[in-house]
Design a protein around this ligand. Structure first.
Ligand code: FMN
Length: 389
């Protein structure tokens, strides 16, 4: 069934390349490499990144599924070469080495996948774990997200993101103001529109770096233009809020997800939480507020989607924490890799991508169609139905 959108990624952080195969995009969607490269560039930005992002200049290669600038309905293969591979050819060689000329990674970092992954897969070189657990994988997920985003653009669905907290520094402005000031956010190294808060965020990232420490934070995703009725209440795994929480939690280092006012709803009475319903000829049914963040009963309501994700601080520290060597069993300082200090701005761009993929999936389920034209016909007949109800 070509309307079922699915994808897989492969590739190690310092391997030759990252790959994804994406199936379920209808034929006839105009797609340029630049559409994808633009999103890859946004992912690479952000204050607090480490040396790796200076080495990589991510660019996608499209190996299948697109011909003469348009999708043809077949699986789309996306490939991104790792430029750092040049420095890792021997360590990451696919072939059995003639001699062991490098040392294994045996000092697991608290907070990373190293220790449990090593135990689970039977490794004494934890590089086998960290290479795939690494968020380098999200580069190719962002490229899948960019294709899905192109599809959503055809339906006037737009996705925004910003950073609302780094460490203790918070931006408490409304999501509406974020959309209004989006150009400023796009140009901000911490994806924050307020210059004073931006400055303080940069300062605490610098301080964390000087102290050999790292910082987490919170990012927010806003989606505008969704029709009502994506996702469903009829089965647990069809609920849109659950599906979005899953994909956002799958981003490395994300530890929590909120929809709408989220955890704040727990402390408020119902009268301050539920969004009252109204009707007008022009708008049809709508809500007077949007505390639900655009989802009720596992379905999009048609109001903007508001999601937030909390990230823990990066686990590779400049001043490493205590650990135990997995071979000698002696107390040691955790291993170090070239590492980021704070990645909340980059994670917000990754958040946009995974949300784009899940929304595209829900749009394909609801509006089907093998070609984009067919999907659009189905969509506009739904919009007519909404107008006539
Ligand atoms: C964009 C991005 C970049 C990251 N960079 C690093 C890094 O440089 N060093 C590090 O230790 N962890 C980094 N992480 C976090 C780890 O990948 C993550 O903590 C690890 O895979 C364990 O998974 P978990 O935190 O989801 O449990 C990054 C995460 C993201 C989203």
């Amino acid at each position: 069934m070509s309307t079922k959108l699915r994808y897989l990624t492969a590739g190690e952080s310092h391997g030759q390349a990252l790959v994804a195969i994406l199936e379920g995009i209808p034929s006839g969607l105009r797609l340029k490499r630049e559409d994808i490269d633009r999103q890859l560039k946004r992912r690479q930005m952000g204050y607090g990144r480490g040396g790796r992002m200076q080495i990589e200049k991510d660019k996608v290669q499209i190996l299948s599924g697109v011909r003469r600038g348009e999708t043809i309905g077949s699986p789309i293969t996306l490939l991104i070469y790792n430029l750092d591979w040049d420095n890792w050819k021997e360590v990451m060689s696919v072939d059995e080495p003639a001699k062991e000329s490098f040392s294994s990674f045996t000092r697991p970092r608290p907070g990373h996948a190293d220790l449990t992954g090593g135990i689970k897969y039977g490794f004494y070189d934890l590089r086998n774990v960290l290479e795939r657990a690494s968020a380098r994988e999200t580069a190719v997920r962002v490229s899948v997200g960019a294709v899905c985003r192109r599809l959503l653009e055809e339906f006037n669905i737009s996705i925004f993101s910003r950073v609302i907290q780094i460490g203790e520094e918070k931006d408490e402005s409304s999501w509406e103001s974020a959309v209004t000031n989006y150009q400023i956010i796009e140009n901000s190294p911490v994806r924050c529109a307020d210059p004073l808060i931006e400055k303080r965020m940069i300062e605490i990232i610098d301080r964390a770096k000087e102290n050999g420490d790292t910082l987490g934070g919170i990012f927010e995703i806003i989606v505008k233009g969704l029709p009502p009725g994506l996702g469903s209440y009829i089965q647990w795994d069809l609920k849109l809020d659950a599906r979005l929480a899953f994909v956002i939690m799958s981003i490395q280092a994300v530890v929590g997800v909120e929809v709408g006012i989220g955890f704040k709803a727990a402390s408020q009475p119902g009268s301050k939480v539920q969004d009252e319903i109204a009707y007008s000829k022009e708008k049809g049914f709508y809500r007077l507020t949007n505390r639900a963040g655009g989802i009720e009963g596992g379905m999009s309501t048609g109001e903007p989607l508001i999601l937030r994700a909390a990230m823990k601080p990066i686990s590779t520290l400049g001043k490493p924490l205590r650990s135990v060597d997995i071979v000698t069993k002696k107390e040691v300082k955790a291993g170090k890799e070239r590492s980021d200090v704070c990645v909340v701005p980059a994670a917000s761009v990754i958040g946009e991508a995974v949300v784009a993929i899940e929304i595209a999936k829900a749009m394909r389920e609801k509006f089907g169609g093998d070609s984009l034209d067919e999907m659009k016909r189905n969509y506009s007949s739904y919009l007519n139905y909404l107008r006539e109800r």
